[in-house]
Design a protein around this ligand. Structure first.
Ligand code: FES
Ligand code: FES
Length: 289
């Protein structure tokens, strides 16, 4: 074990960690800074971006042994707060940059590092930066994100006021077709939106966890013996098929899963005991951590 003195979001912290611990794990599991998301865990998506000693850093591939003592770390929680948003966060909300929002903290931290280095980037500079640092978004698309960075840069450079940037309710009060921020946008741009893995860290250790099982093959019936076999899995507590309002046996879930013929790619969906295509969600099983 090693001792590290770090300044994280302006607060001095003394941490006892293993050299091999990932910075993302320490930030999330020890300090509950769950705005640091872990998507791929392999340095390929930028969801875990933090600023480490002024450098944009993918924390999922940064081992604590390589973090110098007295380092300064900024996570999304140190960029802005719910009642004191950074212009980048406002711009993200106004331009609809956060759909599922999982990539959002990583993009916003990345944008902060970009604008610290280049206060007036061109659209091409912005795209190059996101490409260089491997920021990936699989649902919003990139145009809105580039628009958001461009406007944030204008506000930070004094060419636009924050009020000019903020969403304004149309005079007729009709929001259909307007760019009104989604109700969840504020939580997503501040990293305070908790996803399953975040809740898993924050719940008591003995909390039951549910595992969604997906079919690996197409066109198969699930044999009744499968739940019995699952009982042998370590920690297995209960197989939990639920009778849904559609009269089918299945479990209701709302998760961003790849499209299948049954889900159509949108949640919530019903898991059924029959697989009609690879990836079909099967009934939930419940197990301890
Ligand atoms: S989680 Fe770190 S780069 Fe994907
Ligand atoms: S909003 Fe970017 S991955 Fe969903």
């Amino acid at each position: 074990m090693i001792k590290k003195n770090l300044k994280i979001n302006g607060i001095p912290r003394t941490l006892i960690v293993s050299e091999d611990d990932r910075l993302s794990t320490v930030l999330r599991n020890s300090l509950f800074l769950t705005g640091v998301k872990v998507g791929c865990g392999e340095g390929q998506c930028g969801a875990c971006n933090v600023i480490l000693n002024s450098k944009l850093t993918r924390s999922c591939i940064t081992k604590m042994g390589r973090v110098p003592d007295d380092s300064v770390v900024t996570t999304i929680e140190g960029i802005g707060t719910l009642d004191n948003l950074h212009p980048i966060q406002v711009a993200w909300m106004v331009h609809g940059g956060a759909q599922c929002g999982f990539c959002t903290p990583g993009f916003i931290v990345s944008t902060k590092a970009l604008l610290d280095e280049n206060p007036s980037p061109s659209r091409e500079d912005i795209r190059d930066w996101f490409q260089k640092y491997k920021n990936a978004c699989r649902c919003t698309g990139y145009k809105q994100l580039v628009d958001a960075v461009t406007d944030a840069a204008k506000v930070m450079g004094g060419k636009m006021t924050l009020d000019e940037l903020k969403f304004k309710m149309p005079a007729d009060g009709k929001i259909w077709g307007s760019s009104i921020p989604r109700p969840t946008a504020l939580a997503k741009v501040t990293g305070t939106c908790d996803y399953g893995a975040d809740l898993g860290i924050k719940m008591p250790e003995e909390t039951l966890r549910m595992a969604l099982v997906q079919a690996k093959i197409s066109h198969a019936n699930i044999k009744k013996s499968i739940p019995r076999k699952r009982k042998k899995c370590p920690g297995f507590t209960r197989w939990s098929p639920i009778r849904t309002s559609r009269g089918k046996t299945g479990s209701r879930a709302s998760l961003p899963f790849p499209p299948t013929r049954e889900t159509g790619g949108t949640g919530p969906f019903y898991a059924t005991p029959r697989s009609s295509s690879s990836g079909t969600p099967l009934p939930l099983s419940v197990r301890t951590p």
